[in-house]
Design a protein around this ligand. Sequence first.
Ligand code: PHE
Length: 341
Amino acid sequence: LRQQWLDRIKSAADPASIEEVRLAALGKKGEISLKMRELGKMTPEERQTKGRALNELRDEIDTALRARKAALEDAALETRLAEEWLDVTLPGRPRPQGTIHPISQVMDEIAAIFADMGFAVAEGPQVESDWYNFDALNIAPEHPARQEHDTFFMHRAEGDDRPPHVLRTHTSPVQIRAMEEHGTPIRVIAPGRTYRMDMDQTHTPMFHQLEGLAIDRDISMANLKWVLEEFYSAFFGTRVKTRFRASHFPFTEPSAEVDIQCSWEGGQLRVGEGDGWLEVTGSGMVHPHVLRSAGVDPDQWQGFAFGMGIDRLAMLKYGIPDLRAFFESDLRWLRHYGFAA
Ligand code: PHE
């Protein structure tokens, strides 16, 4: 009997079978329990010997059951440990990390240089009203400059009589907004996105401009020239000369197109040396009409404004031949120029 039970315990392979064996032996109706109940009908002598033997058997079975259960649990733990093994020496999988877009980097650089010259940063909306983008800047509805801007117009449903809006074609409307908001004197730059229907190697429908505005009691073109030369020299890390050519913008009078000195050596463009000139900026003294649009008295105040293409500057500084690549988000391109890890 003893051996039979011990064998059954040994062959129990999981907790459920062990419980089964336990019930069959030691449960209320288990074989051993029944046998112990029979002791009551026996003579005292019989009861003493058989009773002791049964007690011992019951304890032995109980011990064997517990031991078997513990062994099974150990084995289960061992297999789990073996299966859930983690190789801590395996090299980690690299996670791609984002970086600041080259244009944003250049904008930050530019803002830092102008900050040193006392210029704060101003902002305006990219969806701009006709008034701020054109009229306030002395560009009347019939003015030919409106056509030259290749403007994106916001669609208006029939019956919607809110004033017409456009995607701003330049950052110049921020001149008006900044003067309205902060009054005079004022010294601000306004970097931001601008839009024109244009697409080739050096034009994208969305591009970036930097506006500059300085209004005070006696600001002149000489101040403008100094500020621009300081800026370009700091930006390109070398002394840069500028050349002013007479030009025309509706919002400045007089107006000048500004070139920076450069050279072409073996197809390589270098800024700040040589006998070449590169057009980089539109500028001039802010037109009295523009000051008036912004509530500034032109008899009391005067100053300069300029506008430049940020993307062009980034192309020049990093030797990038195609503007469109800036906005294609091609990681190989970004890595090639060191803009992404
Ligand atoms: N807004 C002009 C442009 O987009 C640039 C400019 C700005 C010219 C300020 C003069 C003064 O071409």
